[in-house]
Structures are given as structure tokens and as C-alpha cells.
Design a protein around this ligand. Structure first.
Ligand SMILES: Nc1nc2c(c(=O)[nH]1)N[C@H]1C(S)=C(S)[C@@H](COP(=O)(O)O)O[C@H]1N2
Ligand SMILES: [Mo]
Length: 553
């Protein structure tokens, strides 16, 4: 025993069992992820569990997460799910030291949870269970294989040797030793038993290390391959965009070149905010995509992407913003959209009497409810296929999405759109409605200071204060700025992009030494001054004036 005075189940041995558990889970999930790339990317065990957690998370916690993590909320969520799985897998690995069958059952149980999560996803299909099934098999095989490589340490008091592999007592070798005979295997320097005899500890340890490293590399490779294969079936760049019917003059040049720090008049596509519940961006094959129109309609429609592109298209400049945006927050962007009027499609289908809601659905099972008037009046809500002259990027809803001027995205901007159902608010509730968000998602008049940056220090003298203001459908008539409790000063407005588009503004301030509050407020096209009353984003959108503090010295 002189070679090793540690008792069996030493710390390093327990670490190996825990590592085996974690690697078994990693290998299982990686292979599951790969299989999911062929079946349905959203059925990947990690993603299915992650999505289920998102949907099950109570609204206040979701709000808190969006506030604190912003668009990093998804990586944070996936990280948390992974951490829980790693801990569970390590415990299973430890259990496997003494109770291998129980450990295997637990692995299967964990995979089954992922399978159930995939099965109960809103847009799931029969085969979505397959990735979890494969995960269970790979998990059990990996755990069993790695355990077999863990060097078995001698039991204290067993004078000579112990078995070479898993299973502490009762292995043939120990039995032989106990019977006073040396096992033939013990004579062989090539055998693991040499470890127990003190000849060398290296080979057995090395075997486990090699096995563990192999599983790590394999899992990483297969998981990455799965990620690659889940890329969009049709790249948006392959879509040839039709010409719009209307001729819209090019958007005027904004003031961002003149007033540094003000948001670009037209948001560059890569900077366009993104808000959705999708952990995997849906991949859609445009050749298979159809937009269905059903429910209380005279004639059900099923429109292919090619047919949609042949319908009359119009261009429209629309600012899109999220109801979750705090006063002064970042979830707002503006661009020129190209699309078919939703009204044209609904007219073709023939909406029946009594319909007050159009429930739209996306490939990932998201449901969004929009008042029927908002989709049929002259605001021209669109089924958009392009933004800023390019086919929709996948993260913004390729191949087609809704955009409804005057409504927050959660009630009018369904991405990866596949279905419009004519129904009533009484009959069907959309995803956010079930989570107690407002039915009325009318955008509130808001103004935001983009520059100067809050809490920054400036030199006394001329400082340009600038930003954007919006009141879609109503337009912006005036923006005013106030320093501390001074008088409201009229800001200069940037170019006019129409009532559905935000307005840039700026005002030059002669800054004096000290700590100052800068506040902005807008007046909409109807002459209504933006309310001072503070409201949280939940349930119907934030209100109140945006204020920042700057230091001048
Ligand atoms: N399929 C789907 N569409 C969706 C959502 C979603 O979670 N899933 N989120 C909505 C919300 S809350 C907003 S604010 C807008 C954001 O659109 P964007 O990500 O293109 O900026 O998309 C809307 N459409
Ligand atoms: Mo949103």
C-alpha cells in the first residue's frame, strides 16, 4: 500500500466519477444536438429545455432578466440550464460509483425530461422525441465506458491487490487474491492490475484521461457540426426581391452626421434590435413555406412564397419598438420595409362578421394577437419580406413577418410568420396575453436622449443634446428639452420620415459648471404632450420623460 495511502473512493477517484457523469451528459447532448439538426433544431435537448424554461418563467422574472441582461438574456439562460445539467450529471457520475444501474436510470430520466420538453413545444412533431432518445443511449454508453476506465484503488486492509476496473470488491482478481493465489493477470505488466501492485500508476490513469479527452473532443466536434447543419435551409440572399408598386423617395439624410451620438435615421441592419423567445432562429426552406389564412373566413388560403412575391408590394418607412423597452431604452429601430398589405390578403380570404382578432403564428409556435382593424385600416400593416432593401435577415423573421405601424412588436410584428387565423379575443389567447401583457399594444409617445451620455463629464460651453422621438401613426410635432428645472426649450427636428417613423432632434446647450439634469419630452402630431406619468413596461409599455444626469467641470 506504500504507493498510495488514500482510501478507496479517494477524492481523485470521486472526481473521475463526477467527470464521467458530466462527460456522459455532454456527449449525449452533443449527439442529441446533432440528430436534432436533421429532425428539428428546436428539439435539441438543451434548446428544448431552455425554451420550456423561457415559456414557463413568470413575466416579472422575465422582465427582470431582460432589464439586467438585455439581449444577453438567452446566453445567460442557456448557461444556467447547462450549469444545472452539469451539477445533476456530476451527481449521477458519483452515484454510478456504487450504483451503476441507478445512475443509468437517472441518465435516462434526465434525457426523458428533455424529450418531454421537446414533445410539448408548441410547434413540435412526432420525431422531436428522437434527439432525446439518442441522448439517453449515448449518455448511458459513455458513462459505462468511462467508468470502466477509472482505475480501481485498493481497499484498505486488502494487503495486496484489488481489481483492475470498476466494481470494488468481488472482482475475479480480488477474489483470487483473497484466496491466497495470485491472479495470472497480476503477473502481466500490461495489465491494469500492475497499478494495484504499485508497479506503476500511470497506464490506468492515462487510460481514463485519454477516454475523457476523447469524449470531450468528440462531443465538441459533434455539437459544433449540429450547430452548423442547423443553419438556414435557404439563405435570404437567394431571394430575388420584387419591385414595389409605390415609388417612395429615398429617406432623407439624417442629422447623425452633424450631431454625433444621435441614432442613425435609418438603423443599419446589423444594429436593428432583436427581441424574441427563439433560442434557435427558425430555419425555413422558402420552397416549402406557406402562409395559411384560416378561421372565420369565407375562403381558406394557402399562399406559397412565390405567390406572395407576385402580389402587389409596397414600401413603407416604419419604426418598430418593443413594449419591454424602458424609458430611454434600446429596443427600438427604424427601417424601410417592403411587403404585401395584410389587408389585401384578408380581403382575398373574406373576414366574417364578429371577428375582432387576427391570431398570427410562427414556425416556432409563437402566437401574436392583433386587432383586426389595425390590419385592415389604411395604416397599411405589412407582411414584410425585406428591410432596408434586403431580404429579411433570419433573425428578423425570414422569409416573411408582420409589421404593424403604431403597435408594439408583441402585438403586430410576428416573425417567421406561417399563419393568420381570423378569430375573437374571447375564443383564443396569444402567447403574451396568456402572460398578462396588455391586449391594447398602442405605441406611447416617447422621446429619448442619445447624447450626451448619462453620468458623463463635459467641459463648460456648447454641448449638443440630441436623440430620437416617436409616436407612430400620430407623428412628432415638437420636441422640448429642459435643463434642471429651467424653461422648456424647443429642439430642432431632423428630417420627416412620415408619421410611422421616428424623428431625430437636437438642441445646443451652453453648459455651465455643475451637475445637471437634462430632460426631454415630445408632442405628437395631434398636439398631445407626452405624459410625465411614469409607467413600467409591463403590461402596456413604459411612459414618462427621459432624464439623464451630466457633470460639467
Ligand atoms: N415568432 C416571433 N415573433 C416575434 C416575437 C417572438 O418572440 N417570436 N417577438 C415579438 C416582439 S416582442 C418584438 S418587439 C418584435 C421584435 O422584432 P425584431 O426582433 O425584428 O426587432 O418581434 C415580435 N415578433
Ligand atoms: Mo417586444
Amino acid at each position: 500500500m506504500e504507493h498510495n495511502s488514500r482510501p478507496p473512493g479517494t477524492k481523485s477517484q470521486r472526481v473521475r466519477y463526477a467527470v464521467s457523469g458530466v462527460l456522459a451528459a455532454a456527449a449525449g447532448m452533443a449527439v442529441g444536438h446533432l440528430v436534432a439538426a436533421f429532425v428539428n433544431p428546436a428539439a435539441s435537448p438543451v434548446l428544448a429545455v431552455g425554451s420550456t424554461v423561457i415559456d414557463a418563467t413568470p413575466t416579472p422574472i422575465k422582465e427582470w432578466a431582460v432589464r439586467n441582461f438585455g439581449t444577453a438574456d438567452k446566453p445567460v439562460l442557456l448557461g444556467s440550464v447547462t450549469l444545472v445539467v452539469v451539477i445533476a450529471a456530476a451527481v449521477i457520475g458519483l452515484v454510478s460509483r456504487t450504483k451503476p444501474s441507478l445512475a443509468n436510470i437517472l441518465v435516462v430520466g434526465l434525457a426523458a425530461l428533455a424529450g418531454l420538453a421537446a414533445w410539448f413545444r408548441p410547434a413540435s412533431a412526432t420525431f422531436d422525441i428522437v434527439p432525446a432518445f439518442v441522448t439517453a443511449i449515448v449518455g448511458v454508453i459513455t458513462l459505462t465506458g468511462l467508468r470502466a476506465l477509472i482505475p480501481n484503488l485498493p481497499t484498505p486492509g486488502a494487503a495486496t491487490a484489488s481489481g483492475p476496473t470498476s466494481g470494488a470488491a468481488g472482482t475475479p482478481a480480488t477474489a483470487a487474491t483473497a484466496a491466497g493465489r495470485a491472479s495470472p493477470a497480476q503477473e502481466s505488466p500490461l495489465d491494469h492490475t500492475a497499478y494495484a501492485k504499485g508497479a506503476s500508476a500511470t497506464p490506468a490513469r492515462r487510460n481514463f484521461l485519454i477516454g475523457a479527452a476523447g469524449v470531450t473532443v468528440g462531443a465538441a466536434a459533434l455539437g459544433t457540426l449540429g450547430q452548423k447543419l442547423a443553419a438556414p435551409a435557404t439563405p435570404p440572399s437567394s431571394v430575388a426581391l420584387p419591385e414595389p408598386q409605390n415609388t417612395l423617395a429615398a429617406l432623407p439624410t439624417g442629422i447623425e452626421g452633424k450631431v454625433k451620438g444621435v441614432s442613425a435615421f435609418s438603423t443599419p441592419l446589423n444594429d436593428f434590435y432583436r427581441v424574441d423567445t427563439a433560442l434557435v432562429i427558425p430555419r425555413i426552406d422558402v420552397d416549402k413555406w406557406v402562409l395559411e389564412i384560416d378561421g372565420k373566413v369565407d375562403k381558406k388560403l394557402s399562399i406559397t412564397f412565390a405567390e406572395l412575391l407576385k402580389m402587389p408590394m409596397i414600401e413603407k418607412d416604419i419604426t418598430l419598438n418593443c413594449v419591454s423597452n424602458e424609458v430611454g431604452g434600446p429596443y427600438i429601430s427604424s427601417t424601410r420595409w417592403l411587403g404585401v398589405r395584410v389587408r389585401d390578403l384578408l380581403e382575398r380570404a373574406g373576414i366574417q362578421d364578429g371577428v375582432d382578432q387576427i391570431l398570427s403564428e410562427s414556425t416556432d409556435g409563437m402566437t401574436i394577437s392583433t386587432p383586426v382593424e389595425a390590419l385592415t385600416d389604411d395604416r397599411d400593416a405589412l407582411i414584410a419580406v425585406a428591410m432596408n432593401g434586403q431580404p429579411l435577415p433570419t433573425r428578423h423573421g425570414f422569409p416573411a413577418r408582420m409589421v404593424t405601424p403604431g403597435l408594439y412588436g408583441f402585438v403586430g410584428a410576428t416573425k417567421w410568420l406561417t399563419k393568420l387565423t381570423a378569430t375573437t379575443y374571447a375564443a383564443e389567447k396569444a402567447y403574451w396575453t396568456k402572460r398578462d401583457w396588455a391586449i391594447d399594444g398602442t405605441v406611447k409617445t416617447q422621446a429619448r436622449i442619445d447624447t450626451p451620455a448619462g453620468l458623463a463629464t463635459y467641459k463648460p460651453g456648447k454641448v449638443a443634446i440630441g436623440g430620437v422621438a416617436w409616436a407612430q401613426l400620430r407623428g412628432i410635432k415638437e420636441v422640448e428639452v429642459r435643463v434642471d428645472n429651467g424653461p422648456w426649450q424647443k429642439a430642432t427636428l431632423g428630417p420627416d420620415g412620415g408619421t410611422d417613423y421616428w424623428r431625430q432632434w437636437f438642441w445646443v446647450w451652453d453648459a455651465t459648471t455643475g451637475r445637471h439634469d437634462l430632460t426631454v419630452r415630445a408632442t405628437d402630431g395631434t398636439g398631445q404632450v407626452q405624459t410625465k406619468d411614469r409607467a413600467d413596461p409591463f403590461p402596456g409599455g413604459a411612459s414618462g420623460w427621459h432624464s439623464i444626469v451630466v457633470l460639467v467641470s
